[in-house]
Design a protein around this ligand. Structure first.
Ligand SMILES: NC(=O)c1ccc[n+]([C@@H]2O[C@H](COP(=O)([O-])OP(=O)(O)OC[C@H]3O[C@@H](n4cnc5c(N)ncnc54)[C@H](O)[C@@H]3O)[C@@H](O)[C@H]2O)c1
Length: 274
């Protein structure tokens, strides 16, 4: 019997990237998983992987920066599975044209990034918590970033959204601890996903996927462990936090970053000279 047999999970942005890989691993562990996303084609492929891994899931189309979509995602998942136990608030965007300072950031771009990366955390939690209460508890894992702790020039909206994810995690953990609803965050370093590949494509000005993979591998040299992370690295951390093994953890975050946050800006990564 899988570790998450009998559990029901919602993953936002679950069609691709870390969300997709985490959905597949939850399905492998016996959970019923609803993936909420706007990409139907990628979602169909992920549903196939979930079924092949052992448990069929469902896809709910919706832009989770919008309240109506979040309400529908929760009610359809709860209706299909009889409740909701775990929410991986994962969805996020970092558009290649968003690398600029506050003066260069349009109000529309600011609202879009904050809407997807932060407001969706609030909205999904708002509608899922009543379902978790019916089950006697639950776990919410918010996908923040190392960029919620330290930053780089030119990412004001993204950095603010990720700092907000960490602050909201602390807040919700306090407000719902007495109801056995734990709220944690993860802070990934660079993970090889579509988000990072699209940034690499922009940087090198090419769609040659071998060259893109080479650029992504170079990002790994900045991490003390000398590589970028994988969706499986993230799935493992999320599933640990969602499990009973983490039953005394709430209100904090863990870095899944190959040692990135341990390293001072004066130091160079283990793989830097390789
Ligand atoms: N990739 C990294 O290196 C990295 C590092 C730190 C944090 N993160 C964070 O991890 C999370 C996942 O990132 P990823 O790299 O897997 O991204 P990704 O771009 O590979 O996948 C994101 C998924 O979200 C979906 N999506 C986008 N906007 C949506 C919306 N409004 N409503 C519903 N679905 C939507 C996309 O269709 C896609 O399936 C994000 O919150 C991101 O900020 C990523």
């Amino acid at each position: 019997m899988g570790e998450f047999e009998g559990k029901s999970v919602i993953v936002t942005g679950g069609a691709l990237g870390m969300g997709g890989d985490t959905a597949v691993e939850f399905a492998r562990a016996g959970a019923k998983v609803a993936i909420a996303d706007i990409n139907e084609v990628a979602a169909a492929a992920t549903l196939e992987k979930m079924a092949a891994a052992g448990t069929a899931g469902i896809f709910i189309h919706g832009d989770v920066s919008q309240a109506a979509a979040c309400r529908r995602v929760v009610s359809e998942a709860a209706g299909a599975f009889g409740g909701v136990d775990i929410l991986f608030n994962n969805v996020g965007i970092q558009p290649p044209d968003s690398y600029t300072n506050v003066e260069g950031t349009s109000e529309e771009l600011w609202d879009r990034i904050i809407g997807v990366n932060l407001k969706s955390r609030f909205l999904m939690a708002k509608y899922v918590i009543p379902e978790m209460r019916k089950r006697g508890g639950g776990v919410i894992v918010n996908n923040a970033s190392v960029q919620g702790q330290q930053s780089m020039p030119g990412v004001p909206a993204y950095a603010a959204s990720k700092g907000g994810d960490l602050s909201l995690t602390r807040q919700m953990s306090l407000d719902y601890a007495a109801e056995n609803i734990r709220v944690m965050a993860i802070c990934p370093g660079t993970i090889d996903t579509e988000m990072v590949r699209s940034i690499a494509r922009e940087e090198i000005g090419s769609h040659d996927e071998d060259a893109v993979a080479e650029r992504v591998a170079q990002y790994g040299k900045d991490h003390p462990l000398g590589r970028v992370g994988t969706g499986l690295d993230i799935a493992n951390a999320v599933m640990f936090l969602a499990s009973e093994k983490a039953s005394f953890m709430t209100g904090s975050f863990i870095n899944v970053d190959g040692g990135y946050m341990a390293m001072g800006s004066w130091a160079s990564g283990a793989g830097a000279d390789a």
